[in-house]
Ligand binder design. Structure first.
Ligand code: PA5
Length: 433
C-alpha cells in the first residue's frame, strides 16, 4: 500500500456514528463524479486519465525530453497556476529544492509572476546558456505567461535565429483553440495537448506536467503507473472501502464542526511546492459561494519554531493533515562524540530520518492534546510511483470534497475579478469603461 490514511488521532474529534451518517452522501457524490453526471462534468477527464492517457503523445514527450536534455543547459518552463505548480511540485519533491544545483539541465519556472525583478534574474541565469522553452497555457491568453513568453521568444530568436529557435520551443496548449495554438502552428513549434476535459489544477498528469518532469530526468511512466494504482486502490464506493472517500468525509465533518482551515504539513522541505500545488487544488476547487476550507501549509520541524505556538495554543479553527513518508531519499547519521559536549549521544548512531519521524509523532500527539484534529497520510517512499498515487488520491478527494460541499469543484469564476480591474488600469482595449 503506497498511500494510506491513518485516522487514529481523530478519535477525540469524530465519532464512528458520524462516518455512518455521511456515508450515503459520499456514495451519492462519488457516483456523480464517476458517471460524469455532476456539476462541471465537462472537466472530469482526469478521473479516467491514468487508464486513458494518449500513449503516443507520452512517447513524443519522452523524445522531446531527450532532445532537450541533449541540446540544452537550461529549460525555461513558462506557465502559471495549474500550468505551473504541479510540474514544479513533482520535480522538487523528487529532486529536492536543490534540484538545479545537482542537475546538468537547469529547470527554471517563469511567467508565474508579474515581477520584473524575478524575470530579469531568470534571464540573467540563462545568458550564455543553450536554452529550450516549454510554454504552457490552456487558454493561451494568460497575461503573466504571455508576457514571459514574448520576452523569451525574442531572446531565443536573437540567439539562434527564427528557425532554430522554433525547434527549441515546445508549446503545451489546447488542441485547437487559442492564441498560443495559432502562434505555435504558424511558427512550427512542437505542440502537446491539454485535454479539453481536464482543467488546469487537475492537469499535472497531462503534458502540462509530464514534459517538464521528463525533461528533468524523472520517470513519467512510473508516475502514470502510480496514478493508475491510485485509481484502482481508491475505487471503492463508500467510506469503508476507499481512503480517498474517507479523507473527503473527514474534511467535510470537521468543516461542519467549525474547523475552517486545513493545514497540510510535511516534515520534508522538498514537499514545499507540492504544498503550493495542494493549496491551489483545494482553494480554487472549494472556495466558492462563501464556503470552503482555507488551505494552508507548513513545513515542520522548521515552522514549529515559528507557527508551532499558534497551532498548539491559538484560536481552535484548524485541523492538520500530515504527509508522512516511510522513506525519504538520502539520510545522515548522528555521529558519536566521546565528550558528548553537546549532549546528543542519546541519539548517536541514529539516522536523521528516525529523529524526524519521532518529531512528527511527537507533534501529532502534542497538537491532538491541544485540541487540533490530526489526519495522517502515509506514503511508503518518495519516488515517482508513490507520487503518482498520491496525486490521484488528492485529486479524487478534491472532486468528492467539492461535491460534498455543494460547489462545482471544476470552475474558477472568482479569478476573473482582479484581471478585469488590472486590464482596466493598464488600458487594455475593451476594458477601459
Ligand atoms: O486551474 C486553473 O484553471 C488555473 O490555475 C489555470 O491553470 C491558470 O490560470 C493558467 O491558465 P492557462 O493555462 O489558461 O494559462
Amino acid at each position: 500500500m503506497a498511500v494510506s490514511l491513518n485516522t487514529e488521532y481523530l478519535k477525540d474529534f469524530i465519532d464512528e456514528s458520524e462516518y455512518s451518517a455521511i456515508d450515503s452522501q459520499v456514495r451519492l457524490v462519488q457516483a456523480l463524479l464517476r458517471s460524469g453526471a455532476g456539476e462541471g462534468h465537462d472537466y472530469v477527464g482526469w478521473v479516467d486519465l491514468p487508464d486513458n492517457y494518449d500513449r503516443e503523445e507520452v512517447d513524443r514527450i519522452k523524445k522531446a525530453a531527450e532532445k532537450i536534455r541533449s541540446d540544452s543547459d537550461v529549460l525555461v518552463v513558462i506557465g502559471i497556476g495549474g500550468s505551473y505548480l504541479g510540474a514544479r511540485g513533482v520535480i522538487e519533491l523528487l529532486g529536492s529544492q536543490y534540484f538545479n544545483d545537482f542537475s546538468d539541465l537547469k529547470v527554471y519556472f517563469a511567467g508565474n509572476t508579474l515581477s520584473g525583478d524575478a524575470l530579469k534574474k531568470i534571464i540573467r541565469l540563462c545568458e550564455g546558456k543553450r536554452i529550450s522553452l516549454n510554454v504552457i497555457s490552456k487558454s493561451g491568453t494568460t497575461t503573466e505567461s504571455s508576457i514571459a513568453f514574448r520576452i523569451f521568444r525574442a531572446m531565443l530568436e536573437k540567439q539562434y535565429g527564427k528557425q532554430e529557435a522554433a525547434s527549441r520551443i515546445y508549446a503545451t496548449t489546447d488542441k485547437a483553440r487559442g492564441t498560443l495554438k495559432k502562434l505555435a502552428d504558424k511558427e512550427g513549434y512542437e505542440t502537446f495537448v491539454i485535454p479539453d476535459d481536464v482543467g488546469g489544477r487537475y492537469s499535472v498528469l497531462t503534458p502540462v506536467g509530464l514534459l517538464p518532469i521528463a525533461a528533468a530526468g524523472f520517470d513519467i511512466d512510473a508516475l502514470l503507473a502510480g496514478a493508475q494504482n491510485g485509481k484502482k486502490r481508491f475505487s471503492g464506493e463508500e467510506i469503508g472501502t476507499s481512503d480517498a472517500l474517507k479523507y473527503a468525509a473527514i474534511r467535510n465533518i470537521l468543516s461542519r464542526k467549525g474547523k475552517s482551515i486545513e493545514l497540510t504539513v510535511s516534515f520534508e522541505p522538498a514537499f514545499t511546492m507540492m504544498n503550493e500545488w495542494l493549496k491551489q487544488l483545494y482553494g480554487e476547487s472549494e472556495g466558492k459561494q462563501h464556503k470552503g476550507l482555507f488551505p494552508a501549509s507548513c513545513i515542520f520541524s522548521t515552522d514549529l519554531h515559528s507557527m508551532g505556538q499558534y497551532i498548539q495554543d491559538g484560536a481552535r479553527q484548524l485541523f492538520e493533515t500530515f504527509i508522512r513518508f516511510g522513506e525519504a531519499g538520502e539520510d545522515v547519521e548522528v555521529p558519536y562524540e566521546i565528550d558528548d559536549s553537546d549532549e546528543l549521544n542519546f541519539i548517536a548512531g541514529k539516522n536523521l530520518s528516525y529523529v524526524n519521524d519521532k518529531a512528527l509523532k511527537a507533534t501529532e500527539q502534542a497538537h491532538v492534546s491541544g485540541g487540533v484534529p490530526c489526519i495522517e497520510i502515509n506514503v511508503d517512499r518518495i519516488d515517482e510511483e508513490n507520487l503518482g498515487e498520491l496525486i490521484y488520491f488528492f485529486e479524487l478527494t478534491c472532486g468528492i470534497s467539492g461535491y460534498l460541499l455543494g460547489v462545482n469543484p471544476f470552475n474558477q469564476p472568482g479569478v476573473e475579478a482582479y484581471k478585469k480591474n488590472m486590464f482596466k488600469l493598464l488600458g487594455k482595449p475593451g476594458y477601459t469603461d
